[in-house]
Design a binder for this molecule. Structure first.
Ligand code: FES
Length: 168
């Protein structure tokens, strides 16, 4: 068997190589466009300012609404409204997520007349203590998440949620 490459074969190989290069050169930007926003890490400040003055926070939880500006969700940027239950434990400002650990409804402080010093979830009667601990015998299976908190120029700034650090 001859190992010689005919002129026709050489031309075929060359055209396949050039064609493959051109296809991959055209496809790379498209693949990058499709994947890049998903892989990109969110940059910038992680803490969001609120209108809540730290000095005005007491040991009774208050609802604090805040907006995350230009939240990037893959290809889209939008403002996202959020809420926290904020109170003071000693000198420390604590902020809890209102998202119920049962099926994700929103809990409210003092909303159940028979248990005024608890968070109450209206969806299935879930209840939590002030520090977010879920009350046994009610549907939620874990404590409310906690926000990272920073005090900047006297105002409460809120970061990401994390697992509750207050409940032992
Ligand atoms: S979603 Fe809160 S108790 Fe079910």
């Amino acid at each position: 068997m001859s190992s010689k490459v005919s002129r026709r074969q050489f031309l075929n190989y060359t055209l396949m190589g050039v064609g493959g290069f051109m296809v991959s050169a055209a496809a790379m930007p498209m693949i990058r466009f499709a994947v890049d926003p998903v892989l990109a890490t969110s940059a910038g400040a992680d803490f969001v300012p609120t209108d809540q003055k730290a000095d005005d926070v007491t040991d009774t939880p208050v609802r604090v609404d805040f907006t995350i500006k230009d939240r990037k969700d893959a290809w889209y940027k939008s403002d996202v409204s959020n809420t926290a239950w904020v109170y003071k434990q000693g000198d420390t400002v604590v902020a809890l997520s209102p998202v119920c650990k049962h099926l994700g409804c929103t809990v409210n402080w003092g909303a159940d007349d028979t248990h005024p010093d608890e968070y109450y979830c209206p969806c299935h009667g879930g209840r939590y203590e002030k520090n977010g601990k879920n009350i046994p015998g009610t549907p939620p299976t874990g404590p409310l998440d906690q926000y990272e908190v920073e005090i900047v120029d006297g105002y409460v700034h809120l970061g990401k949620t994390m697992p509750n650090q207050l409940v032992k």
